[in-house]
Design a protein. Structure first.
Length: 216
C-alpha cells in the first residue's frame, strides 16, 4: 500500500481518485511514498528518504524545491489549468468592480442614515458619483498567455473589449486556443501605453525572455 502525506486540505473529490485498498492518505504519515499539497512551502522542509513523488493541486510549483527534488530523482507533478476558469471569473469580477465603482457605491449606500425617504433621496443624489464606465471598447492587456491568460483574453473579447497579449514563450497548443482577434505586442512598454486594464498570468521568478515581465 502506498502512503500519501497531505500538507494542505485537498478536495474530497480529488482524494477519492485514490482507491483506499491501494493508498493510505493522511496529514500525518511516517515514511510517505508521495506528498500531495497546494500552497504549503516545502522549501527548507526535511525530505523523507522514502519519498518517490510530489504532486501539487495547482498550476505553479514555486512553493516546491523542484531542483532539490530533481537531484534526488523525485518527480514533481502539477495540474496546469485546473483553476483557470475560476481565476478567469475573478479577473472579470475585478474589472467589473473597478469600472462600475461597485465597492465605493456599496460603501456609500451602507453609510446612509435616516428614514426611507431620506435614504432614497441621498442615494439618488449620490449615484452620479459612481457611474464609472462600461467594458466594451476598453483595452485589456494580458501578460502571459497560458491556460489562464487565454481564457481571460477570450472572454474579454466576448464582452466587447479590445485585447492585447504579450507572451514571448507562448506554446503552439496555447496559440491554437487563443482567439485570432487578440492583438500581439512586442514589448510591455507598448502594452502599458494602450491599456485600460492589465492582468498578469506569469509564474513568480520568471527568466530569460520573460525578464521584461519581472521588471513590472
Amino acid at each position: 500500500m502506498y502512503k500519501i502525506l497531505t500538507l494542505n486540505n485537498i478536495s474530497v473529490a480529488g482524494l477519492e481518485r485514490f482507491p483506499r485498498d491501494d493508498y493510505e492518505i493522511a496529514s500525518e504519515i511516517q515514511r510517505p511514498d508521495a506528498i500531495l499539497l497546494r500552497s504549503f512551502k516545502m522549501h527548507g522542509m526535511a525530505i523523507p528518504p522514502s519519498l518517490q513523488a510530489v504532486g501539487r493541486a495547482g498550476a505553479g510549483v514555486n512553493n516546491i524545491p523542484v531542483s532539490e527534488m530533481s537531484a534526488r530523482g523525485i518527480p514533481v507533478f502539477n495540474a496546469p489549468g485546473a483553476n483557470a476558469n475560476a481565476v478567469k471569473e475573478l479577473v472579470v469580477a475585478g474589472m467589473l468592480l473597478a469600472c462600475r465603482n461597485i465597492c465605493q457605491a456599496w460603501g456609500y449606500v451602507r453609510g446612509l442614515e435616516g428614514d426611507d425617504d431620506t435614504i432614497r433621496k441621498q442615494a439618488e443624489q449620490g449615484k452620479k458619483d459612481f457611474v464609472g464606465f462600461e467594458l466594451p471598447g476598453r483595452t485589456l492587456v494580458v501578460i502571459g498567455l497560458g491556460a489562464i491568460g487565454i481564457k481571460v483574453a477570450n472572454v474579454a473579447l466576448k464582452l466587447g473589449m479590445k485585447v492585447v497579449g504579450f507572451d514571448p514563450q507562448i506554446t503552439v497548443q496555447s496559440a491554437w486556443k487563443l482567439s485570432s482577434e487578440v492583438r500581439q505586442a512586442s514589448s510591455i512598454e507598448d502594452l502599458l501605453a494602450q491599456s485600460d486594464f492589465v492582468t498578469f498570468h506569469v509564474p513568480l521568478g520568471i527568466h530569460s525572455s520573460h525578464d521584461q515581465c519581472r521588471a513590472y
